[in-house]
Design a protein around this ligand. Sequence first.
Ligand code: NAD
Ligand code: WQD
Length: 337
Amino acid sequence: MKVLLAGGAGYIGSHTAVELSKAGYDPVIVDNYSNSSPIAISRCEEILGKSLTFYEADVTDKEALRAIFTKEQPDAVIHFAGFKSVDESVRMPLLYYRNNIDTTLSLLEVMREYDVSSFIFSSSATVYGENAQIPCVETDPTGGCTNPYGWTKLMNEEILKDAALAITNLRVVLLRYFNPAGAHESGLIGEDPKGIPNNLMPYVTQVASGKLPFLKVFGNDYPTVDGSGVRDFIHVVDLAKGHVAALEYAKNHTGVEIFNLGTGRGVSVLELVNAFVDSTGVDIPYEIVDRRPGDLAEVWANPSKAKELMNWQATKTIGDICADAWRWQSNNPQGYE
Ligand code: NAD
Ligand code: WQD
């Protein structure tokens, strides 16, 4: 079964390409490399010991998509392509709304032309918004997003729900990722943020490597286990396997289904720092600073629906996440450059 991975050269897409291929699927990667590198694809090929099909194209370009659909005749689409920086989305909202929504519309329109019905979408825990109830359950209310990036995820969910109401054979799976982290255990692929990382784990690994002097812990006065923020860090390989499970699920279900992809365990920022030191032996100097605006005290998933309906659950520990993230960072101090 051929699966088109829009944005498949990125962090989550590249790990998913590997897991799909290992599970017997045939991934076709489409990416414009706006936040990735073709080297990620050659690293996937190295892990798999075989070549992959890939195209450099903008997913908003329907003519380019038609040419790819004509040649490849994919059976399903997984849509990772989008911009993902919360900060940048506040500064450049129109860019985010344009890219993150146009990619979805173009894919859906071309899928209709080619009678492709399965669509897996990279959504985010951010759709639960600032009033999130913890642990988050798929039936909880959404909205109250605190930035344009978050709204693009929620708007995409609504677009996909409406499309599935009107197009009877459409099969949509909305995957709400919690905090993806870690890297493939080979150390060949991983997260390669441009500039200074916004997210915790790449920041920690760059402190460990000496690229950044110390970690700023955003707040130690939250009502949590140790005062620092609590998140549900999910190993990117577990997350990638969630996409394989979602494709299997979509084979037998029309309409829309929503799944949280998280571990169900909250880990605080300071617990993560300690886990990193324990599993790598590398010290992480840190300072407590003010809370970061827009951050919530705790966000973690109830992942039982994914276990029940897709037989998927995360298996890797926070120690695995830290060890694998560090292997990737130390083997590739400049990322894919
Ligand atoms: P990423 O930036 O590494 O991957 C996204 C890929 O899409 C990149 O390779 C980029 O070059 C490509 N892309 C962007 N716009 C494109 C376009 N118009 N045409 C073709 N390619 C385009 O990000 P990621 O961490 O792998 O995230 C994948 C998806 O998951 C994104 O939609 C993101 O919003 C979502 N998500 C990520 C996280 C996270 O913390 N990483 C959490 C929740 C949801
Ligand atoms: C995690 C925790 C910070 C950096 C974001 C997006 C979300 C999703 C995942 C895409 C928080 C603390 C962080 C640092 C710190 N992305 N922290 N020092 O904010 O949970 O989620 O990425 O959908 O939409 O909002 O992730 O990794 O930025 O932060 O103390 O230098 O680490 O305060 O408690 P977040 P994060």
